[in-house]
Design a protein around this ligand. Sequence first.
Ligand SMILES: Cc1cc2nc3c(=O)[nH]c(=O)nc-3n(C[C@H](O)[C@H](O)[C@H](O)COP(=O)(O)OP(=O)(O)OC[C@H]3O[C@@H](n4cnc5c(N)ncnc54)[C@H](O)[C@@H]3O)c2cc1C
Length: 371
Amino acid sequence: MGTVIVVGAGIGGVTAAVALQRCGWGVTVLERSVTLGEVGAGISVWPSAVAVLTELGVKGIDQAAALSGPTALRKPSGRWVVGAADLGVELPVMIHRAQLHGLITAEFGPGVTVRTGYLVKTVTQDDSGVLINDELRADLVIAADGLRSVIRSALHPQYAGPRYSGYTAYRGIADVRADDGGETWGQAQRFGVTQLIDGRAYWYATANQPAGQGGDLAAVIRRYGGWHDPIPAILAATDTALQNDIYDLTLPLVPFATGRIALLGDAAHAMTPNLGRGACTAIEDAGALARHLQSAPDPLTALTRYDAERRPIATKLVKRSRQIGQLGQLDNPLAVGVRDVLMSVGASAARGAAALRKMKQSRRDHSSAGS
Ligand SMILES: Cc1cc2nc3c(=O)[nH]c(=O)nc-3n(C[C@H](O)[C@H](O)[C@H](O)COP(=O)(O)OP(=O)(O)OC[C@H]3O[C@@H](n4cnc5c(N)ncnc54)[C@H](O)[C@@H]3O)c2cc1C
């Protein structure tokens, strides 16, 4: 195996580092921040991403994560649109973001060198390798440098890149239990809450507003403090709120592989958070990249196969997530009313189908037990 530079030590970059280290690559991680770690609140991790992390040897997820309950949907008044029900579909686990990052970096061995406080400005490649900032050379570069990837811009200067969704997101941790998690959809704004394993609650909220307007906990309390219980109590038990304007990447996405350079995570496919799958997709990218590097006849073929596998999957997720956001952030009261009715009817149909599936399964179990 050879050498690889991973640019960016977010969840995508550190997972890639662990995955590549495991298949024998010498890995250097370059991170512009002076410390390694993650800020943020909770994060949903779907079973497919948990499976990748487990296969990479990341330990402790089970102990650090709480299984989400079935999602219920309410109106700001508290009226149910969709009651919580087991639809027989897979659910993610919830974990604190910093904890997840820590569990992954705990797997860094002697094959991984980390340089923090290192800002990547330029990248060039030739037949034998890639050069970063005219000083660091490696056989391959994995660009995990996020939504505003410098490397993606260098490779695809014409690409439009980030696209503002029209809404901002707030997140926080409340020192209170919220066993009845779920989402509340209003007009151009949403609020969601879920329980963490340590007894605290992770909440998130979205609101339509121009990019760059900012916002803080006081703004959150003004917007959602009058919504149904237990939202006021959750906000009262919160010290501070993170605020991020929500962007995704313009479609079609650019290729995830260019010669010896691969894009991974948000650098390749930043999506709105409506499916809670951006970091999970980055984790799955890392697993796929390592798999192709192990099985392909040469690294360039591996990167091409990685692009062929991952780009269509990520494109679908970017699209679906964008559509859910558009539905959730509807501003017109008439459209909001129609949306809520359709969601209620759709959920009843899904509940009916799930009950039927369960009934058929139990008949099958019964008849095979009797035979
Ligand atoms: C409100 C919100 C909620 C979310 N909830 C979920 C969720 O529940 N589940 C989920 O799966 N996803 C969720 N996501 C998405 C998830 O946060 C991202 O998809 C994920 O963090 C992307 O990881 P990444 O490693 O690709 O990029 P990033 O986390 O952006 O990491 C990029 C890293 O590169 C570094 N960097 C950037 N440029 C340079 C440079 N030039 N030189 C050196 N270093 C550089 C940065 O400092 C950073 O550390 C959410 C996103 C938001 C905004």
